[in-house]
Design a protein around this ligand. Structure first.
Ligand code: ARG
Ligand code: GLU
Length: 719
């Protein structure tokens, strides 16, 4: 009897191991996670994932661009990431004549691979715990300002010393709100070329309609290649550069995954806030999200109707639309998920427990007793202030022309400075001319004009007047309380609004012309908002954030003391992490079951030639009707497209490799499900799923659809 009971308990413990919340540090994996990963099915060791002594998987993971992950999949530096991560690069190479966004792009040999100025990838060389060095000279009695400044000095010194002595870049980042510090040695490659991208109706199939949702049928991938100098070191673009030889590249498995299979995701999760107090979560999901959602909705409607009317506008606004829509939908899902989970109540209960625990001992009480009330007190001021920041960034800076005009502040400053060498002014002028070319390439005035009138009206009428920027009040009065008149006037008269006029102005620019810039309505608005931000928002935000940060640090310290047996993971901060879980289905709502994978059948079900997001290429239909999937088909002859698993991921994990128990690549992470988007604030094992592209669909597209089998030939394929 006793024995069966023990077995039962064990069995339950194992059964619960289907989802593991958390984003773990590679160097702590062996200590904290290895055993559990192996119990879940992992057949390798922590050392295979991250090692300082030998080549390991971490040598094939990169930060791609500014906010994505990518992985190396061939001995010749071939790099895989999402289509939406390569989107900007693909778009910059696209025009009406060569529309790579719409038609796809495939380099059929190395000489056709396209360079991308400004695009970089960063490899991690190694990381180390430097908490002791960074906290040297810090003690519990000193003020937060003092503490901050000592830490800042220590960080600077150690970063410099480490970079000098290692020859690598070195960055130090706080973890657990400054309870721990780690240093990251990295190497950044600057010659990264576009190798392949499917047409948008594959790479972005389902578009923003399906975004953040399961079931999904998006072939969200693109291919790049890292180039290096003859010593395999980073170099600026040069035709003489050669493909980078990596220390490791991921083998690719064609075996696919089934329900309950162990998987892990290795990449760069951007930001989570798991340890926020209830009051903060309330501020996000009930105060600032709803406003941002509404403001974005208005902009999206305007984008959409113009995009429907013109193919050029569709190209110009594809990236902008996707970016705005992505955040918009995420916020909706997040607020709903938090409500469904009753997360705020749960957090309040947990906080009550914490307070009770603190009250149990005078030493605890002294250190932790005041934390929760202090949070409440600060957030009471911080939330409305932060809301004014939301209006500023979503309404004010939602106007493209304002963001553009704001870039001229430097020129104005330089022009007023008689001592500034002419050379520097000329340099700035040239940079602005280039910026203008880039800006107008993807700009459609009627969109921005409409948005300006709408956004300023909402900004003014809905935000508590206490927080109104002065310039808004002023301009409104000048135009008889009519923002539409203001907008019409601005687009008619402004030097910024017309590319020819602006070019002319800049070509003949004299220092005294700064006055013309300063009188310009767009510039006045831009610099007025900027000034408002500097004088009325930034300082207070910083003050509160500093206080909140230090409360968070002590709060997490207290939680760790209260629950010594609980394993804590640090919030995501765009450093390299491992998350692991299992391939798994879920039940999103009453009477509905979602299975763990999707197939090409679903693409054909969704097909609709009249709806932009659901157009299917003829070539794909042909392959489908012949069931011509080659070795990429499943054992039952079906072609799988995407799958879901319980890996705890977030923004930044896009493009991350999804690996099986043997460390072979089986998928590319690209999204989360709608019901699980609150996982940045609170994770729900029943609902949270990461969405991955099945690597077999990706290879099928490269090989069968695009006829770029030479690329598959470079990879290490495991049949
Ligand atoms: N939701 C995914 C992420 O957060 C994909 C976004 C790109 N796709 C899109 N249709 N906007 O990045
Ligand atoms: N699409 C997201 C990204 O760009 C990943 C999805 C998520 O937030 O989990 O990183």
């Amino acid at each position: 009897m006793k024995k069966t009971l023990i077995t039962l308990v064990l069995l339950l413990a194992i059964m619960r191991l289907t989802a593991i919340e958390g984003m773990w540090l590679p160097i702590l994996l062996q200590q904290l996670n290895e055993k559990e990963m192996q119990q879940m099915g992992f057949r390798l060791t922590a050392e295979d994932i991250y090692s300082v002594n030998q080549n390991s998987m971490k040598d094939a993971i990169v930060i791609f661009g500014r906010g994505c992950t990518g992985e190396i999949i061939s001995p010749e530096g071939l790099l895989l990431t999402n289509h939406h991560c390569g989107h900007g690069a693909i778009q910059r190479h696209s025009s009406l004549e060569n529309d790579y966004l719409q038609d796809g792009f495939w380099a059929m040999n190395r000489s056709e691979e396209l360079p991308n100025a400004g695009l970089t990838v960063t490899l991690l060389v190694r990381m180390e715990d430097v908490t002791q060095t960074i906290l040297k000279g810090v003690n519990a009695d000193m003020s937060e300002i003092m503490r901050d400044s000592i830490i800042r000095i220590n960080i600077k010194a150690l970063e410099k010393q480490s970079a000098d002595s290692s020859g690598y870049d070195a960055q130090i980042r706080p973890f657990y709100f400054g309870n721990e510090y780690y240093i990251f040695f990295t190497e950044t490659f600057r010659d990264v070329r576009l190798v392949g991208a499917p047409p948008s109706n594959i790479g972005n199939f389902g578009g923003d309609t399906d975004n953040w949702m399961w079931p999904r049928h998006t072939g969200d991938f693109s291919l790049f290649r890292i180039y290096a100098d003859e010593n395999n070191k980073p170099a600026d673009y040069s035709p003489d550069n050669v493909p980078y030889t990596p220390k490791y590249h991921f083998p690719i498995s064609l075996k696919g995954v089934e329900k309950d299979d162990f998987t892990f995701v290795f990449g760069y999760p951007g930001r989570t806030q798991q340890y926020l107090p209830a009051v903060a979560v309330e501020g996000i999901t009930e105060v600032s999200n709803p406003v941002a959602i509404k403001l974005r909705e208005r902009r999206l409607e305007t984008f959409q109707s113009a995009m429907n009317e013109s193919q050029l506008v569709r190209i110009q606004y594809a990236s902008k639309y996707a970016g705005v829509a992505n955040g918009w939908k995420k916020m909706i899902g997040e607020s709903r998920g938090i409500k469904r989970m009753e997360a705020i109540d749960k957090k309040r209960e947990h906080e009550q427990e914490f307070m009770n625990w603190a009250a149990s001992k005078p030493a605890y009480e002294a250190k932790y007793g005041g934390i929760i009330p202090a949070f409440e007190a600060i957030y009471k001021h911080f939330i409305p202030l932060n809301l004014s920041r939301t209006y500023m960034s979503e309404a004010g800076l939602g106007i493209e022309m304002l963001r553009f005009a704001g870039q001229f502040a430097d020129l104005v400053r330089m022009s007023k400075d008689k001592k500034k060498p002419d050379e520097e002014k000329q340099k700035r002028l040239l940079a602005l001319k280039n910026a203008a070319d880039g800006f107008f390439k993807n700009y459609h005035e009627p969109i921005d004009k409409k948005i300006m009138a709408e956004m300023l009206e909402i900004y003014f009428s809905e935000l508590n007047p206490v927080y109104h920027p002065e310039v808004l009040t002023e301009l409104r009065a000048e135009f008889n309380n009519d923002f539409e008149a203001l907008s019409n006037h601005a687009y008619e008269k402004s030097i910024f609004a017309d590319p020819e006029r602006l070019k002319n102005f800049l070509d003949n620019y004299k220092p005294r012309d700064h006055k013309k810039i300063e009188r310009d309505v767009f510039y006045r608005l831009a610099s007025g908002l900027n000034e408002h931000f500097r004088n009325n928002i930034a300082g207070s935000v910083q003050k509160y954030e500093r206080q909140l940060d230090s409360l968070q640090r002590i709060y997490v310290q207290g939680l760790m003391e209260m629950q010594p047996e609980r394993r804590f993971y640090p919030d995501a901060n765009f450093t390299l992490r491992i998350t692991y879980g299992k391939v798994d289905d879920y039940y999103p709502m009453d009477a509905v079951h979602y299975s763990h994978y999707s197939t090409i059948e679903g693409i054909m079900e969704k097909e609709n030639p009249d709806i932009y997001d659901y157009v299917v290429e003829d070539r794909l239909k042909e392959l489908y009707s012949n069931a011509d999937y080659g070795r990429y088909a499943d054992s039952d002859g079906q072609l799988r497209v995407c799958f879901i698993a319980s890996n705890h991921t977030t923004g930044g994990n896009s493009g991350s490799p999804v690996l099986n128990a043997d460390g072979h690549l089986v998928g590319i992470n690209f999204d989360r499900n709608w019901e699980g988007t609150m996982s940045d604030l609170m994770y729900d094992p029943d609902m949270c799923r990461n969405i991955s592209l099945d690597i077999r669909y990706c290879l099928f597209i490269i090989d069968k659809f695009a006829g770029a089998g030479h690329l598959v030939g470079e990879m290490s394929i495991i049949e």
